[in-house]
Write a protein that binds this ligand. Sequence first.
Ligand SMILES: [Zn+2]
Length: 262
Amino acid sequence: MRPADIVRERTRIPLVFIPVGPLEWHGPHLPLGTDGLHAHAVAVEVARRVGGVVLPTYFAGTETVLPTDQKPQSPANFGFDNTERIIGMDFPANPVKSLYFEEGVFAVMVREILRLLKADGYRLLVIVNGHGAENHQRTLRRLAAEEAHPPDVQVVYTITFVPTVPAFSAIGHAEKIETSIMMALMPDAVDVRTLPSKDLPLRYRDYGIVDGKTFDGYPTPDFTLRAESDPRDASGELGRGILAAEVDHLVETIQRHVQSMR
Ligand SMILES: [Zn+2]
């Protein structure tokens, strides 16, 4: 956007969206930018409906060492011996590493973005996060709380995914849902032919693809992906439906905050 476009929109509504997501391993079939590309697409659609300026995605995010002494996030959950030192989804077999920022560095970067946007006159700052790691979400929630100055400035933490139904709380990784979303957004960037044929089950540790129930501490007995989460069954149509639900959900959230701004 050029300055005049920004000023016009900021005067109409001082709302800005900040999409974030790390460059992260998402199986052989999805781009490393999946989380940030997803966050940007959702933010743009929400802004079309409620207004505001959307920043380009900050391809940054954090993860940490899987704890060997506590469940459910321990490496044992994914079929490892529980002696491996694994950071996030960077399983030993992956040929490419994720560019996870150290948590403190990530926090400093996001705080600086919020500071600059507040200084530029925005009063409703919305972080649109596409990445599910617990410490990443915790960091963003903390910053949103610390950098808000109600009632003048609101900082809202949001995640692209629509909240899942209890008791299964976690979001899957690179499985059917994320694959479908990316098929809807940029079909040329997805290639499920990089996965083996459908009769072969996908071991978590071989592909770095994990379903939400496994993250919650309920892996399958042979540590392979559940059939219901198989990315080889993904479709653009399913992805479009999911994206529409995500946008609706976020529009509702943001509209509540816009009301309270007036
Ligand atoms: Zn993801």
